[in-house]
Design a protein around this ligand. Structure first.
Ligand SMILES: [Zn+2]
Ligand SMILES: [Zn+2]
Length: 162
């Protein structure tokens, strides 16, 4: 397996992340292997959730079944979460407490899923929405998850041209 990236200068920015992920895996008696570190770094670097096929493409020397198993182990340890899209492909990202709060946009035409950069305006609108819910229902809102569906800029242009 390609171990050459581990411990390189490029990895040093992930020190705190690796420490936390290692601790989580340890709680589930899971080892933090070199390949799991590479997966975590890839997910951390990506600005959108990645499919297993995309993760496999980054390390074609690792069998797809092994990538699936490792992603599942990371998910079971609370390191990774699955993001719902508009197609059948599972997409994965680091848990929000290991990255940062954000939302997603999923294209109903081509299936691409992207992270929406955190914006003060959007968060303000969503906290207003939370206030409406807590006023209308007997609940207390502490956080939110909100994904948007529609057509991405590419598919929007195709639809407009046809
Ligand atoms: Zn699209
Ligand atoms: Zn939000």
């Amino acid at each position: 397996m390609g171990c050459k990236h581990a411990g390189s200068a490029a990895s040093s920015g992930f020190a705190a992340l690796h420490l936390e992920v290692g601790a989580r895996l340890g709680r589930y008696e899971q080892r933090y292997t070199t390949y799991r570190r590479l997966l975590v770094e890839a997910l951390s670097r990506a600005e959108r959730p990645l499919t297993v096929a995309e993760l496999v493409a980054m390390h074609p020397e690792v069998p797809q079944s092994s990538t699936y198993r490792n992603v599942t182990a990371l998910m079971e340890s609370g390191v990774v979460r699955r993001v719902a899209g508009t197609d059948g492909h599972g997409r994965f990202e680091l848990s929000e407490d290991l990255s940062r709060h954000h939302h997603h946009f999923a294209c109903i035409a081509c299936g691409r899923v992207m992270d929406l950069a955190p914006s003060e305006r959007l968060e303000h609108a969503l906290s207003e929405a939370a206030r409406v819910v807590s006023e209308e229902q007997d609940v207390e809102i502490s956080e939110h998850r909100f994904d948007f569906l529609g057509r991405c800029s590419k598919c929007k242009a195709v639809a407009a041209a046809s």
